[in-house]
Ligand binder design. Sequence first.
Ligand code: F6R
Ligand code: ZN
Length: 195
Amino acid sequence: MAAKKAAGTAAPQLMMPWSIDIDLVDGVMREPDRVLVRRASDMKGYYKDEAALQRLIAQGDPVHYEVFEKHIPEQPGQLPLCISKLYPGRVGEECFMTKGHYHTVSGTAEIYLCIRGQGYMVLKTADSKCVAEPMKRNRMVYVPPHWAHRSVNTGAEPLISFCVYPGDAGHNYGDIATEGFPKRVFIRGGKEVIE
Ligand code: F6R
Ligand code: ZN
């Protein structure tokens, strides 16, 4: 079926159906169009122990996380998807984490299906409600509209999730960079501490 054509305008480009292989055991997307890589040096200002982060950068600037994406237009009606792969590690006592963001269109939700690893999705609202939802293989976290969200890896292997969100959601990193999250996740004496 052809896309509907408004009178006097060119027909909008019809997107063709497509498919890809995603390995749901290892959490690998076979043919990503784009891989976003964030290293320790991209995380300045996010961790509590800034000196520990500087040491990590000096010791080789390890990759914190990678996001494997298909090219899907950021438009209402589309459903962008990705594999988010957060490596294990600590900055001082704090577990490796993603930057976290609100959606630019704040009233848009997201689904995170955890495929591998263990950790938390830490979520917060603008009035500082904060929740840490456990993430582990086969656990799905629903990120409701208006909640900023960040994943945190407490384990020894990568924390991998399959994420789907509305095409017009966008990423608002600025507000979280200013506000931070009220809760952080540490490993102390071999135990998880959320405070
Ligand atoms: C999209 C989404 C994920 C994250 C990814 C990296 O809305 O939530 O795809 O973008 O897990 O985290 P950030 O974007 O916080 O660096
Ligand atoms: Zn998101």
